[in-house]
Ligand binder design. Structure first.
Ligand code: MSP
Length: 649
């Protein structure tokens, strides 16, 4: 059985987890889940980096021991990953004994190779980055690349002969063109190494929070020697040969672009020195900004990972992060974009497809699926071809870590299936009594949906599970990619049950509200209702009850009303609709009502219209009014007996 070993960086415990930490871990988790579906033996590693000057200083600042700080913050990362449904096989902590033993063993090997010597370090160091910098990389007291403060260091230090490995490293980059990805990052690394490598200081004597230098305990090992070793200590290096031989070398080290030098230069050099195999690939992803702004401590605008996890459904968050930017590029986190992607791509496209298809099968076929027939119909053939192509494309994209293309492809196929439903019109086939065509059309849609559920399970695990449960496919094997090697696996006689709503729509929120607030940022708005019966009542101007049901009317309590400057017809209202936050409504009723007449009234509002901007104000609902003969408006009103937010039916 082939194996797949994927790692995330281990996270510093000097602070709380933010979106960057969640992102890398979610991407790695999607890769791991997908490879498990291939039937491979997968090992997903994540954890925390707990030693070093940065952690020691933060602990001093807080007046606690570094170990205490590590305990508290490591637990937060663990809790976060549980909340995010991360399927890691080990959560490593660098304060664990087996890890510390492996670090010692690693350095002993580097010593035995004659690659370590004692000297004196004189130069710049940044505790924030835990990195040494050349004078050419410093300006105005900060490292140019990271803007982190640097300090001058002069002390006795052990050095690693990094210079000796410049040529072997270049040979490796050359022989294995994919060992650093994306290609632009590879080029960056190559030109850095071609510029010449200086030996690397790997120990310090001025602080103590770390693993001691073997044979010279007044030196503590440089935190990156310690941290990088986690990738091998976690899988039994120097202790459990069987596990180590099975899993090492890692297939992918997934990292952020800021820590590329450590992974693509230092780490392979350490491994060469210790006589160990080199990783398959180091993939550097980009950085997220928050609504267009770089996240930083000074701005205080880090997007808290727990707030994210609380504010959005996990599938939606995963989908947005994976879909929004190509892995490797920088991305901008925008709540508005997330809501848009959820509402139009997940809810309207995939959610609607699943709901309507299951509902139609219920209605027209009594919930039972006919058998697969490889019909001659061109539309059917098109769906079969697309299903096969989707599976092949997703596989290729996942091999290349192109997660954004994989999800895009899946949603594209969902769009094709929606179109197929429009074209085949199952409701018409049912009316006409064309049962054979009806059964074939619904089979093709549902089998297509099964393809999406299986192929999408790494990205949208919850939705995928709901869909597969709707088919009664709950065994772990039902997730294997081998089940989508062929179109037509859904068995005749399969009884369907309507899946729970897959994706609730979110309200679009005004831009100013930049950071997601727990449980407020995104409130589910409307559910995807099963497709309305499309009988042709249009001519008579009649609509189905289902269509009426799509309009959400609620009782809104007007809490505040004020004039809109420069618009004499408009009033700006704040209304309580029984939600966590008040909604803003811009209404053209100023000629009929003074603001103070409105406050405290309970009136009818349409609450699931697309928000619209009026005079720069985002209006999030519409107030219902009728006009008298002389042009005055009156509102549909309720007494205090009706609670704000009550649905009007
Ligand atoms: N402890 C080291 C890694 C050691 S791995 C052997 C470290 N830790 S970190 O907590 O500072 O950063 C962890 C990861 O978060 C890095 O990959 C970094 O790129 C990533 N991110 C930090 N800020 C980020 C964004 N704004 N956006 C995306 N990822 C970001 O470095």
């Amino acid at each position: 059985m082939s194996k797949y070993y994927v790692t995330t960086p281990i996270y510093y415990v000097n602070g709380a987890p933010h979106i960057g930490h969640a992102y890398t871990t979610i991407v790695a988790d999607a890769l791991a889940r997908y490879h498990r579906q291939r039937g491979e033996e997968v090992f997903l590693l994540t954890g925390t980096d707990e030693h070093g000057l940065k952690v020691q200083r933060e602990a001093e600042k807080q007046g606690i021991s570094p170990q205490q700080l590590a305990e508290t913050n490591s637990a937060k990362f663990k809790e976060l990953f549980e909340k995010l449904g991360i399927t890691h096989d080990r959560f490593i902590r660098t304060t664990e004994e087996d890890h510390k033993r492996a670090v010692t063993a690693m350095v002993q090997r580097m010593l035995a190779a004659g690659d370590i010597y004692l000297d004196k370090y004189e130069g710049w160091y940044s505790a924030a980055d835990e990195a040494y910098y050349d004078a050419s990389e410093i300006a105005d007291g900060v490292a140019i690349a990271s803007k982190s403060a640097v300090e001058w260091v002069e002390e006795e230090s052990y050095f690693f002969k990094l210079s000796k490995y410049a040529q072997p490293l270049l040979a490796w980059y050359n022989e294995k063109p994919n060992c650093i990805a994306p290609a632009g990052r590879r080029n960056e690394v190559i030109s850095f190494v071609e510029g010449g490598l200086r030996d690397l200081s790997i120990s310090r004597t001025t602080f103590s929070w770390g693993v001691a230098m073997p044979g010279d305990p007044k030196h503590v090992l440089y935190v990156w020697v310690d941290a990088l070793t986690n990738y091998i200590s976690a899988v039994g290096a120097f202790e459990d040969e069987q596990q180590f031989d099975k899993l090492w070398p890692a297939d992918v080290h997934l990292i952020g672009k800021d820590i590329l030098r450590f992974h693509a230069v230092y780490w392979p050099a350490f491994l060469m020195s210790a006589g160990l195999a080199l990783p398959g690939q180091i993939f550097a992803h980009g950085w997220w900004t928050n609504e267009g702004e770089k996240m930083s401590k000074s701005r205080g605008n880090f997007i808290d990972a727990f707030e994210l996890a609380d504010a959005y459904d996990l599938d939606v968050l995963r989908y947005y992060l994976l879909r929004e930017v190509p892995l490797g590029n920088d991305g901008n986190f925008s709540k508005e974009r997330l809501v848009e992607r959820n509402n139009s791509e997940l809810a309207d496209n995939l959610g609607n497809l699943v709901n309507r298809s299951f509902a139609m099968t219920q209605r027209f076929l009594d919930g039972e699926l006919g058998g697969y027939v490889a019909t001659d119909d061109a539309l059917d053939q098109g769906i079969r071809e697309s299903a096969r192509a989707t599976a092949a494309d997703v596989d290729r994209f996942m091999n290349d870590c192109e997660t954004h293309r994989a999800v895009e492809r899946l949603l594209g196929f969902s769009g094709e299936l929606n179109l197929y439903v429009q074209q085949t019109q199952p409701w018409k086939l049912s009316k006409d009594g064309d049962t054979e065509r009806l059964a074939a059309a619904l089979y093709h849609v549902l089998e297509g949906i099964r393809f999406i559920a299986v192929l999408g399970s790494a990205f949208l695990p919850d939705a995928s599970k709901k869909i597969l449960t709707g088919f009664g496919l709950n065994a772990p094997e039902d997730l294997l990619l081998s089940t989508v090697a062929q179109f037509g696996k859904l068995a005749a006689g399969t009884r369907l049950s309507q899946p729970e709503v897959l994706f609730a729509k979110y309200e679009t929120k005004p831009k100013e509200d930049a950071l997601p607030k727990a449980d407020k940022a995104a409130k589910p708005k409307a559910e995807n209702k099963p497709e309305a019966k499309s009988d042709n009542n249009d001519k008579a101007g009649l609509i189905d009850f289902d269509l009426f049901g799509k309009v959400e009317l609620r009782v809104g309590l007007i809490v505040k009303a004020e004039r809109v400057e420069g618009a004499d017809k408009l009033l700006k209202l704040s209304a309580d609709l029984g939600e966590a936050e008040l909604r803003t409504i811009v209404a053209g009723i100023a000629k009929s009502f003074a603001p103070e007449d409105l406050e405290g009234r309970r009136v009818a509002m349409a609450t699931n219209l697309k928000p619209a901007k009026l005079f720069g104000i985002l209006s999030q609902a519409m107030i219902l009014a009728a006009e008298t003969e002389d042009g005055k408006l009156e509102l549909a009103q309720y007494s205090d007996n009706v609670k704000a937010g009550t649905r009007i039916k």
